[in-house]
Design a protein around this ligand. Structure first.
Ligand code: GLN
Length: 245
C-alpha cells in the first residue's frame, strides 16, 4: 500500500510546527510498511492535487492567508470536488479559515475565503491563546485531543464540530465548539503540532485515506505509543490544572 500526502504551501503556512503533522503521518504510515510520498505544493510548484490521498494545510498569519488566497482560488473547484469525494483533508487554523467564505481581520479587512464550506471567521478583541483540551465525537480512543491555539479569528459554522471544548477557547471562545468535520475533512485550531501528542487522530487519518484509496476496511497494526500517550496525558493533566477557561 502507498499514500500520497499533498502539503499545501509549506513555505507559507507553517505556524507552531504544523509541518510536524506531515512528519507524524509519514512516519506512522512507514512504520507499518506503507509507502509514503510527500508532495510540496507551492506557488512555484503546483503539484497535481488530484494525485493526493491526504491534503494538509497548515496555519499562518493574516498576511500569509491573503497571499495564499490569490493563488489557491485557482484550485477552489478541484479542492471542493475532492472534498465532496471524501478526500482526507486536514486544515489547521489559518488553513481552516481559508476554506470558509471570508475572514474579517482585526483591521476590518475582508480576506476572501475559498467558500468550499459555508462559514465565516471574524477577528475580535484580543487573541485566543493557550493550551486547549477537547473531547471529540470520532471513532477513536481516547476521545480527547490536546493542542495549542493562537488565533485572533473567531469561526462560526453550522457543521459538525471536531469536538467540544473542555478547556481553552476553540472556534470562537463562546459556543464551546472546536474545529469542523465535513465528510473526511477536519479543520481545527489545534497547533502543536496537532498529531504528535494525538497519535490516535493520526492513525484515524491514515486509516481513512487508505480505506478511500483501496476501498477496503483497514485495521492498522498497533504501534508502541508509550511516549506519545505519556505526552498526551501529561499535557492533559497540565491543562486541567491550569486556571481560566
Ligand atoms: N491569522 C489567523 C488568526 O489570527 C490564523 C492564525 C493561525 O493560523 N494561528 O486568526
Amino acid at each position: 500500500m502507498e499514500l500520497k500526502i499533498l502539503h499545501m504551501y509549506p513555505d507559507l503556512l507553517n505556524l507552531y510546527g504544523d509541518r510536524g503533522n506531515i512528519i507524524v503521518l509519514e512516519r506512522r504510515a512507514r512504520w507499518r510498511g506503507i509507502k509514503v510520498e510527500v508532495l510540496n505544493f507551492t506557488r512555484d510548484r503546483e503539484e497535481d492535487i488530484e494525485n493526493a490521498d491526504i491534503i494538509f494545510l497548515g496555519g499562518g498569519s493574516d498576511r500569509e492567508q491573503e497571499l495564499i488566497f490569490s493563488h489557491m482560488i485557482k484550485f477552489r473547484d478541484i479542492l471542493k470536488d475532492l472534498i465532496e469525494e471524501n478526500i482526507v483533508f486536514l486544515a489547521i487554523c489559518g488553513g481552516y479559515q481559508l476554506l470558509g467564505d471570508y475572514y474579517l481581520d482585526a483591521c476590518g479587512n475582508k480576506i476572501d475565503g475559498l467558500s468550499i464550506l459555508n462559514f465565516y471567521t471574524k477577528a475580535e478583541k484580543g487573541r485566543l491563546i493557550g493550551n486547549i483540551l477537547i473531547e471529540v465525537d470520532l471513532p477513536i480512543y481516547p476521545k480527547t485531543l490536546v493542542g495549542f491555539e493562537n488565533h485572533g479569528g473567531r469561526t462560526y459554522h453550522n457543521y459538525k464540530s471536531l469536538g467540544k471544548v473542555i478547556k481553552g477557547y476553540g472556534n470562537n471562545g463562546k459556543d464551546f465548539t472546536e474545529g469542523i468535520i465535513y465528510k473526511n475533512l477536519i479543520g481545527t485550531y489545534l497547533h502543536g503540532p496537532l498529531l504528535s501528542k494525538n497519535p490516535h487522530l493520526a492513525d484515524y487519518i491514515i486509516k481513512k485515506a487508505l480505506e478511500r484509496k483501496y476501498n477496503v476496511e483497514i485495521d492498522l497494526p498497533k504501534l508502541n505509543d508509550k511516549e506519545e500517550f505519556w505526552a498526551h496525558y501529561r499535557i492533559m493533566r497540565r491543562i486541567l490544572k491550569e486556571g481560566g477557561r
